[in-house]
Design a protein around this ligand. Structure first.
Ligand SMILES: Cc1ncc(COP(=O)(O)O)c(C=O)c1O
Length: 456
């Protein structure tokens, strides 16, 4: 096949509501320059997130009808549990209403002040749930991952020597958990190699630190291993995923990503004792252990999604469509994270807008410009999301200033993607007209969701 085609036909459509540049200028200003505060009807191409935005298959919709809503012991739960176990090999499976609910339960049990959770890169909700317990989240990303424009096959890898040094410095007893995020969402959707996972496993074993996988995009990561890592080309993606999970003690998962579900998540693990503690919390926060925070129909959709996502025709199309957009931008000289990640294109806002200083949030300014130009909604992953203040209220910026354009699964066609490329290139050609922003209102936790900003 010379052209990799979308591996599906469209049965049901949702209209896009068109608006004008003038209207979008007002909409963005009314939304205080925060794309999260724009109504989705006012967005033409919504690349805010790939989370919960997938198009479900006809099979998943059939599963929705089959969903059994019994409070206890629903057959939908057992189908869900079998699907999770088939991939993870983990005996205890705990459904939650989404990924962060799984995180909240896990870290409420394992967290606490004086403790450190080490990771390649913690996602924002993961970090927030860790810090909410008084513990600290530590990102130990490999050096290649810190340079957006330098291509490398596994830029999501953890820095293993840094992990060893950190354990020596703080003591293994103060590190309740190591978490590998696959793919590394905050670091550009970049994959982690099997070699790196095995090395981290060894370090964890040597120091008796459990290893969990943040598994939201396990299938995309597995596909990257298949095409990029020696020795995996002839393996099935599902076998690669099973190997990844075989090195872990447990996992958290947002089923809103690689399970094509609109809602859902889970915790899975080998330790029955830890699972029991998790279930105790589940019952008071989410629900009975055979539904967690979900309806039976959601459990069905996830179970089916987990079997569909390891389809290699799908994954080839998925990874190729991200690469297609990335390549178009690279050819036009637009600074983007390279190589293409698994679920999103990441614009390097620091190099896109070198005239906007980090304390004027170049990523947020760029996200606003893309909306005004073409109604394309993306999200800043930079100092608005991850910046902190020092004692004197000066911004301690994030390592990278990125704009993430996350591609919902099975939703947009190639012409949508061509349109997005055109808009980005138009904005790039007119980049000198874009000004920075200042924050006028913010909340202490996960401020990027609700912050209000104004032009400088
Ligand atoms: C890597 C990663 N971990 C955890 C989460 C949290 O999942 P949820 O949005 O379902 O709470 C996300 C969501 O985007 C994510 O990308």
């Amino acid at each position: 096949m010379r052209t990799i085609i979308e591996p599906f036909k469209i049965k049901s459509i949702e209209p896009i509501h068109f608006n004008t540049r003038e209207q979008r200028l007002k909409i963005l200003s009314d939304a205080f320059y925060n794309p999260f505060l724009i109504r989705s009807d006012d967005v033409l191409i919504d690349l805010l997130t790939d989370s919960g935005t997938s198009a479900m298959s006809s099979n998943q919709w059939a599963g929705i009808m089959r969903g059994d809503e019994s409070y206890a012991g629903s057959p939908s739960f057992f189908r869900f549990k079998d699907a999770v176990q088939d991939i993870t090999g983990m005996p205890d499976v705990i459904p939650t209403h989404q990924g962060r609910a799984a995180e909240k339960i896990l870290f409420s049990i394992m967290g606490g002040s004086g403790k450190y959770f080490v990771s390649n890169t913690l996602f924002d909700t993961t970090r927030a749930n860790i810090e909410f317990t008084g513990a600290e989240g530590i990102d130990l990303l490999c050096d290649e991952g810190k340079h957006p424009s330098i291509p490398a096959p596994f830029k999501g890898n953890m820095d293993v020597p840094a992990l060893k040094r950190f354990i020596e410095e703080k003591g293994a007893a103060n590190i309740p958990l190591c978490i590998i995020t696959i793919t590394n969402n905050s670091g550009g959707g970049q994959p982690v190699s099997m070699k790196n996972i095995k090395e981290v496993r060894q370090v964890c074993t040597d120091h008796h630190i459990p290893l969990f996988i943040d598994a939201c995009r396990f299938a995309e990561n597995s596909y990257f291993i298949k095409i990029r890592e020696e020795g995996y080309a002839s393996k099935l993606v599902k076998e690669i995923a099973q190997e990844i999970f075989s090195y872990a003690d447990g996992c958290t998962m947002s089923a809103k990503k690689d399970a094509f579900a609109n809602i859902g998540g889970f915790l899975a693990m080998h330790s029955g004792a830890l699972a029991q503690e998790c279930r105790n919390l589940l019952v008071i926060t989410e629900g009975f252990p055979t539904y967690g925070g979900l309806a039976g129909r959601d459990l069905e959709a996830i179970a089916i999604g987990l079997t569909e996502v390891v389809d290699e025709n799908y994954l080839q199309y998925r990874i190729r469509s991200i690469e297609y957009l990335t390549n178009k931008l690279v050819d036009a000289g637009v600074p983007v994270m390279q190589p293409a990640g698994g679920h999103a294109v990441y614009l390097d806002a620091k190099n896109f807008l070198p005239h906007v200083p980090v304390d004027q949030y170049p990523g947020q300014a760029l996200a606003g410009a893309l909306y005004i130009e073409g109604g394309v909604r993306g999200v800043e992953i930079g100092s608005l999301m991850f910046g902190k203040y020092d004692d004197k209220h000066n911004l301690v910026p994030a390592a990278l200033e990125l704009v993430r354009l996350a591609i919902p699964r099975r939703v947009y066609t190639q012409s949508h993607i061509d349109y997005v490329a055109e808009i980005i290139i138009d904005v790039f050609n007119d980049r000198h007209s874009i000004n920075g922003l200042k924050i006028i209102e913010e909340s202490p936790i996960l401020r990027h969701f609700t912050a209000k900003l104004a032009p400088m």
